[in-house]
Design a protein around this ligand. Structure first.
Ligand code: GDP
Length: 492
């Protein structure tokens, strides 16, 4: 579509005059306010040697889907919305009974004869419970711990509406209890506290209430708004009470509705390669209804839904909002937390999947490059060597170098163990002298709106010196910060 040079310059954080000058050098006379075509913009990008990613992967994917006239997260007409069951994650400290609880909930339901089958682990299951005379459904994500929860959040998808925080009554609030609590808070999901193992003689549920109150989780009976339920996952005590608390909490703090009539969209809960059946993915429908025979894309995988299997091993023909189902028929194994959606036909599904795959490959390569350097640092740190990240800053104008250095000085590395040291700074292109110094002192060169000169790149490749190019200060800071955090020793 093209853009004016001024707009483009602003986007990539350079002086528009520099672009005018560059185009002049390439034989094109353009003023800063004039629009230029995409090809010219690409040419400028190449000239500036940017590898900086301006668009976030999410935005990029949204754009990709938009080019097919698909809007991820589209909820359709509000008049079509109906109530959907809450999706729940079970979190808590190790050994506090998350797995036992998930088993107890699942088994309780089967005994009631809901489907009369033996449940299989597909990554999520749905149960029903009677609350105030009404039959209500709840979907549980069947992977205990917060790894899955966090992995999905990292991918930008909210997998759960509510969290059950399990705390063992004989043990009390532990580090992972707090971690889980923080994850739930960060995701903005309400919690229900399950005080587990009350069958044990040393159980002290009052202590748990007091401890959590200190962390701002205040029980209803103390005037707060969090429901605490005393249970035993092992002795199967009060499981129904917990389910009821989940439903009541969802009713009180969430307005869970979805459009069941549109094309299905949702997320992948887990996936694997099955010897006989090929790629198998458990998906969670978030909106719409998924039907056998439809064409879908799930992350970089595509295909037609050959069959759907529920948590009882039964084949089902459709899945409505909040329903988990194992899907057969995909071309590849998608990742947990990736989105899936129904598209018009197989051809469109394949086209989207291919574009995504190409992009994932490129992103992986870029990550690998960063990781190698990071690993070098970690390795040398383990040997007790470098706890300092040495940097050489080069910028187009002295103002930008100063700004970068100032911002770096403010980077919070989260401890005193590691630090940033700027060993050299300067204005102008990156030279062989810069690379030599970097090689001698194990430094990384940060180029801000500048390019390497002469044989600097060759030398850097040979010496294994990393040169990173940026045109936006916060991006430089963000990446350096991330690298430093990676250098920190994990705390136990
Ligand atoms: P997770 O690490 O949180 O998934 O914990 P598990 O579900 O694996 O449980 C850890 C241990 O606690 C196991 O030995 C369970 O049998 C035991 N456990 C779990 N729930 C209860 C309970 O309600 N009462 C008693 N006495 N033991 C329990």
């Amino acid at each position: 579509r093209g853009a004016s040079l001024t707009d483009f310059a602003e986007k990539i954080g350079v002086d528009p005059a520099q672009l005018v000058q560059m185009l002049f050098g390439l034989g094109e006379m353009v003023t800063a306010t004039e629009s230029v075509n995409d090809e010219t913009l690409e040419l400028l990008g190449e000239e500036l040697n940017y590898v900086v990613q301006v668009v976030s992967p999410e935005d990029e994917d949204r754009e990709l889907l938009e080019s097919f006239d698909i809007e991820l997260g589209d909820e359709g007409d509000e008049s079509d919305w109906t109530v959907r069951p809450p999706v729940v994650t079970v979190m808590g400290h190790v050994d506090h009974g998350k797995t036992k609880l998930l088993d107890a909930i699942r088994d309780a339901n089967v005994i009631e004869g809901e489907a009369g089958g033996i449940t299989q682990h597909i990554g999520a299951y749905q149960v029903s419970t009677e609350v105030e005379g009404t039959e209500r459904k709840i979907t549980f994500i069947d992977t205990p711990g917060h790894e899955a929860f966090t992995a999905m959040r990292a991918r930008g998808s909210q997998s759960s509406d509510l969290a059950v925080l399990v705390v063992a009554a004989d043990d009390g609030v532990m580090p992972q209890t707090i971690e889980a609590l923080n994850h739930a808070k960060a995701a903005g999901v309400p919690i229900v506290v399950a005080i587990n193992k009350i069958d044990k003689p040393e159980a002290d549920p009052t202590k748990i209430r007091g401890q959590l109150t200190e962390y701002g989780v205040i029980p209803e009976e103390y005037g707060g708004d969090t429901m605490f339920v005393e249970i035993s996952a092992k002795s199967r005590i009060n499981i129904e009470g917990l389910l009821e608390a989940v439903v009541l909490t969802a009713d009180a703090s969430l307005d869970l509705q979805a459009n069941a009539v549109q094309d299905a969209q949702g997320i992948v809960i887990e996936a694997h390669l099955d010897r006989g059946r090929g790629p198998v993915a458990t998906i969670l429908v978030q909106r719409g209804t998924l039907r056998v025979g439809e064409s879908i894309v799930a992350g970089p995988a595509h295909g037609r839904v050959r069959a759907m299997i529920d948590e009882y091993g039964n084949e089902i023909t459709e899945a409505t909002p909040s329903r988990p189902a194992m899907v057969l028929g995909l071309s590849a194994v998608p990742g947990a937390g990736q989105s899936f959606l129904v598209v018009e036909d197989d051809r469109m599904a394949r086209q989207i999947a291919e574009k995504r795959e190409a992009r994932e490959r490129a992103a992986l390569q870029a990550k690998r490059r960063v990781r190698r350097t990071l690993e070098d640092f970690m390795a040398s740190m383990e040997k007790g060597e470098s706890q300092e990240l040495n940097l050489i800053l080069k910028g187009d104008v002295s103002g930008s170098v100063e700004a970068l250095e100032d911002a770096l000085a403010k980077v919070d590395v989260g401890g005193d163990e590691v630090s940033i040291r700027v060993i050299d700074r300067g204005v102008g292109a990156i030279t062989e002298t810069n690379v030599d110094l970097a090689a001698a002192s194990d430094a990384i060169i940060i180029g801000f709106n500048v390019r390497p000169q002469g044989k600097a790149t060759e030398l850097a490749d040979r010496e294994g010196v990393e040169i990173r190019y940026y045109s936006v200060i916060y991006q430089a800071i963000e990446e350096i910060e991330a690298a430093l955090k990676g250098m920190l020793k994990p705390e136990y």
